[in-house]
Design a binder for this molecule. Structure first.
Ligand SMILES: *Cc1c(COP(=O)(O)O)cnc(C)c1O
Length: 426
């Protein structure tokens, strides 16, 4: 496949944008080579600047669950744009999206819209601290909650791909209030709570992790975590930026049968426009300004374009919940196909999957936390990634990222993907 124009565009971008990209994982650092510049996309396909067609498995890192340029979402955005894109005043559509989101997600009464998942998580911990009057938070190594200071402590995703889990610019003062536990290890959480009795405001977790590859919590771990938080008066925050409106109408809470205290959203809730949100029971949300004392604001928060895209997307998902089953079936099909091919190749591998999230790790043992995920052989991963790309399959360019299937993918796309894997020498 030829990437001449992409490479030229990347060279030009690097003159004016640090590293040529506006978000690090796009730069292909983990896998080498120049990133692909996309020109347009429709359904399950990306079309790049060199005229290549790629089958897409990242869906803009999750939001485009029904495929690219999905008709009802695009029409809703165009309609709204003609009437003005932002007013800095309340609009009815904000309430419409809020009402729909609250009706779909278990255990929440109110929701506040922001512009990204980062903002949602950042605001959620401020709310948790304001509500509990405690300062410290616990996060898990390898979980990513956006790029705000408090979370850049062994964050997954782009932050580990670059080998800089603790970013310069995050102060010691901030870092000391973020305590690190091990995913799937309840004892590590219990010890931190015991050592910081009465000081922990919240535990934040990706209920199905997607930023160290896809990692599923054991039932004992996640149920135990809920119980422990309740006993200790610690708020449990589910960062559902990836899982929300992807694993089902009610996200990971519904899938796992566990209620969290605060929920964070992003990705699917914006239908491909910049939207994040956080939500909780009324009692907790009442601490938020202007109702309560915890400050949080945004010039473009809840702007009509973003709300129109989100409303069109959630309306589709709410009306057609069979989409979630269809996505899960497709992902299971890909999983089985990959399994068969990789087994034949005799290379050590693990495939983790939950619903329409999945990841492939080239390692012997089970992948259950950051440490075991980091054991994957990156040289094999690079061959795998570039081998697939050369055959027109766009997978996440890092082993620390999950696949996000979109429902525009057909079974013949999946077959083509499995055949592509069969052709690679690993
Ligand atoms: C993507 C992601 C975020 C950050 O969202 P942005 O919109 O990129 O700021 C936070 N948490 C999780 C779990 C994510 O996957």
């Amino acid at each position: 496949m030829i990437y001449k124009r992409s490479s030229a565009l990347f060279a030009e971008a690097q003159k004016y944008i640090p590293g040529g990209v506006n978000s690090p994982v796009r730069a292909f650092k983990a896998v080498g080579g120049d990133p692909i510049f996309v020109k347009e996309a429709k359904g399950a396909y990306l079309y790049d600047e060199d005229g290549n067609r790629l089958i897409d498995y990242i869906a803009s890192w999750g939001p485009l669950i029904l495929g690219h340029a999905y008709g009802p979402v695009i029409e809703a955005v165009i309609d709204k744009a003609k009437k003005g894109t932002s007013f800095g005043m309340p609009t009815q559509i904000e309430t419409e999206l809020a009402r729909l989101a609250v009706s779909m997600v278990p255990n929440i009464d109110k929701i506040r819209f922001v512009n990204s998942g980062t903002e949602a998580c950042m605001s959620a911990i401020r709310l948790a601290r304001g509500y509990t009057k405690r300062d410290k938070i616990i996060k898990f190594a390898g979980c990513y909650h956006g790029h705000s200071d408090s979370f850049l402590i062994q964050a997954g995703s782009g932050a580990v791909t670059f080998g800089s889990p603790n970013s310069p610019g995050v102060t010691q003062g901030t870092a000391k209030d973020t305590l690190l536990a091990k995913y799937n290890d309840l004892e590590s959480v219990r010890e931190l709570i015991r050592a910081n009795q009465g000081e922990i405001a919240a535990v934040i977790i990706e209920p199905i992790a997607g930023n160290m590859g896809c990692i599923v919590p054991s039932e004992d771990f996640i149920k135990g975590l809920r119980k422990l938080c309740t006993e200790e008066g610690v708020l449990l925050i589910f960062d559902e930026v990836m899982t929300g409106f992807r694993l089902g109408r009610g996200g990971a809470q519904e899938a796992l049968g566990i209620d969290a205290d605060i929920l964070c959203f992003g990705k699917v809730i914006g239908g491909g426009l910049p939207v994040g949100a956080f939500a909780a029971r009324a009692e907790i949300m009442s601490y938020l300004a202007p109702e309560g004392p915890v400050y949080q604001a945004g010039t473009l928060s809840g702007n009509p374009l973003a709300m129109a895209a989100g409303l069109a997307m959630l309306t589709e998902l709410n009306n057609r919940p069979e989409v979630f089953k269809s996505l899960e079936d497709k992902t299971a099909y890909l999983h089985e196909g990959f399994d068969k091919v990789l087994k034949d190749k005799g290379v050590p591998y693990r495939i983790n999957r939950y619903g329409s999230m999945m990841s492939v790790h080239f390692t012997e043992g089970p992948v259950v936390d950051f440490e075991t995920s980091a054991k994957g052989n990156n040289e094999t991963f690079k061959k795998f990634f570039h081998g697939m790309l050369d055959q027109g399959v766009y997978l996440p360019p890092s082993a620390f990222e999950s696949y996000f299937l979109n429902d525009a993918l057909s079974y013949s796309d999946l077959d083509a993907t499995i055949e592509a894997l069969d052709k690679i020498d690993l």
